[in-house]
Write a protein of this length. Structure first.
Lengths: 287, 275
């Protein structure tokens, strides 16, 4: 059935809601979205720009600790993202294309970070890599710093965000099926050629969608990163951690300035996501 | 699915890498966590996880998450209904805005909710004179958790509501059901699985939430201190054993929620197929 026909059918109801009811519900929903989402976003920018544009600029780029927080986030997030994309593609290929014992458990395991508290995730890395941790003596002996340094931040971020790419790719790959890939192989393509010419182009929108979501979550990660960072100003504070520190120091304009950049990135994420959803027929779905 | 001959390449490579990555990033840390917890004596474990302060923290974490998830079910159903059933200017904007809590860093949510509801804040200046303290209180925690969990119910209910066959409603109408009867008997039942799944997702997310709550709650022991905040407090005292013991309690709850959500999602998919 054509899409428009179906949409029209969907709106033709045996009980057309009377106008007063329709508008009461619409206004109630708008009020909820307004109070919970729109007003807070407006407050972020109002708080950031309260002192004028030059103060805003100084809050962002004149403070060396804030500057280094921005740089650190720009280092940690891409590293975690690359690790999770490689993992996501590998996991989706294994789970969507093959049947093997333990497949269900593996699929369930991928969802784990959605229900583990980020603080607990951070704590687990402290127990592994901390000075009194299981690998602590070994790491100290070899002069490797993971905790309270960039590698720890990357690990914690990767843990919290690894489901996103895999969860997007698995249903997409399953829906597309493997006929084209099998055909490419039977025509003499190598595995790598098949992957590059068939698999990646087929799943590219799903892949991009997963990357967008993973990126949004990675740059905003707080709990896990909070535990493993050690809060060394100028060294291990990411942007969300910097927001918290400025808030604790009662520097609200500074905190809102950093928050406004993160909010802009979140809005950008939504815009790109909406654009991608129009390209994918499945429509919106959770996480 | 029929028996699959493994003609496609890369099985051992992709599965091997997946298992390796998950082992390093997930299994190893979890094993470390449990082995640390088991290194405590039973009495030590009990003393760490069962004090007046931890009990207050569990009760607060559960209570606020539960209230927030219930509120999310009601608001989520309202918003999903409006988005699917009605056409009005700004509908697509509202639809996109629902995802903002998923994209917005929790620290930003915490910062802004902590500023809105204080006495001089945009909303606090109207609410505080009425005696509504929505900053540094339990209400503050519930509010920010409602924000965090809002997308989950909307996004699980929306597709089910869209796929609802109008003919079922037409049949109800032609058989003489009133609007209220049709809603309760025909529209609502297929939505139950989605509502419960959305509830569970929002609840699970709220249980572990830290970033936003730490800003808005004030973190007063016995009053507004949630369990993850307590773990961080123990860590900052270098009491790793006690912190781990509390973490294990939360981990076990997380595993239970994970199993529950997986079962619920299977139920939801079954419901969709029947609808």
């Amino acid at each position: 059935m054509p899409e428009t026909d179906q949409a029209a059918r969907r709106l033709r109801r045996p009980y057309p809601d009377p106008a007063w009811l329709r508008w009461t519900l619409i206004l109630a929903a708008a009020a909820v979205v307004g109070v919970l989402i729109v007003i807070p976003v407006a407050q972020v920018f109002a708080g950031a720009l309260a002192g004028g544009a030059s103060v805003y600029w100084d809050n962002l780029f004149a403070d060396p600790d804030t500057r280094s927080a921005i740089l650190l986030t720009m280092t940690v997030v891409p590293l975690a993202l690359v690790a999770n994309v490689v993992f996501g593609v590998a996991a989706a290929w294994a789970i969507a294309r093959f049947r093997f014992p333990g497949r269900t458990i593996l699929t369930a395991l991928i969802d784990l970070p959605f229900s583990v508290s980020p603080v607990v995730a951070g704590l687990m890395f402290v127990l592994l890599f901390g000075r009194q941790g299981y690998l602590g003596p070994f790491l100290q002996g070899h002069d490797i710093k993971i905790l309270f340094a960039t590698p720890g931040l990357v690990l914690a971020t990767a843990f919290v965000t690894f489901p996103f790419v895999a969860r997007e790719l698995i249903p997409v790959m399953e829906a597309i099926g493997d006929e084209e890939e099998t055909a490419a192989l039977s025509l003499g393509a190598s595995g790598w050629q098949m992957f590059r010419r068939i698999t990646v182009p087929n799943v590219k929108w799903g892949l991009l969608y997963g990357i967008i979501l993973c990126n949004a979550r990675a740059m905003g990660e707080f709990g896990a990163v909070y535990v493993v960072s050690g809060h060394i100003a100028g060294q291990t504070d990411t942007m969300p951690l910097r927001v918290e520190k400025l808030f604790q120091e009662y520097n609200l304009p500074g905190a809102f300035a950093v928050a406004s950049v993160l909010t802009l990135l979140a809005i950008l994420t939504l815009v790109v996501k909406a654009g991608l959803e129009r390209r994918r027929p499945e429509g919106p779905h959770v996480d | 699915m029929a028996v699959r001959r493994r003609v496609l390449p890369g099985f051992s490579l992709s599965l091997g890498y997946t298992v390796f990555y998950l082992s390093v990033l997930v299994l190893l840390p979890i094993v470390a966590c449990f082995s640390k917890a088991f290194s405590l004596s039973f009495e030590g474990f009990r003393a760490a996880v069962w004090t007046e302060r931890t009990r207050a923290a569990y009760a607060l974490t559960f209570g606020t998450s539960l209230v927030a998830a219930v509120v999310n079910v009601l608001l989520g159903l309202l918003i999903a209904w409006v988005l699917v059933r009605y056409r009005f200017p700004g509908r697509r904007l509202m639809d996109s805005l629902i995802d903002l809590p998923l994209a917005l860093p929790t620290a930003v949510a915490g910062l802004v909710y902590a500023s809105l509801y204080v006495k001089k804040g945009w909303l606090g200046r109207h609410l505080v004179p009425l005696g509504i303290q929505a900053a540094y209180s339990r209400l503050a925690i519930v509010l920010v958790l409602v924000f965090i969990g809002l997308p989950f119910v909307v996004r699980t209910v929306q597709p089910v509501l869209e796929d609802l066959d109008p003919e079922v409603e037409e049949a109800a109408a032609s058989l003489g059901a009133s609007r209220g009867q049709a809603f309760r008997r025909v529209i609502l039942p297929p939505l139950y699985p989605a509502l419960v799944t959305g509830f569970a997702l929002a609840f699970a997310r709220s249980l572990g939430e830290y970033g936003s709550v730490v800003f808005v709650s004030g973190n007063m022991p016995f009053k507004t201190e949630i369990a993850p905040v307590l773990i961080v407090a123990r860590l900052e005292e270098y009491a790793y054993g006690e912190a781990t013991a509390i973490a294990v309690v939360l981990l076990v709850i997380s595993f239970a929620m994970l199993v529950l959500i997986n079962l619920l999602e299977r139920w939801t998919k079954g419901g969709e197929a029947n609808a």
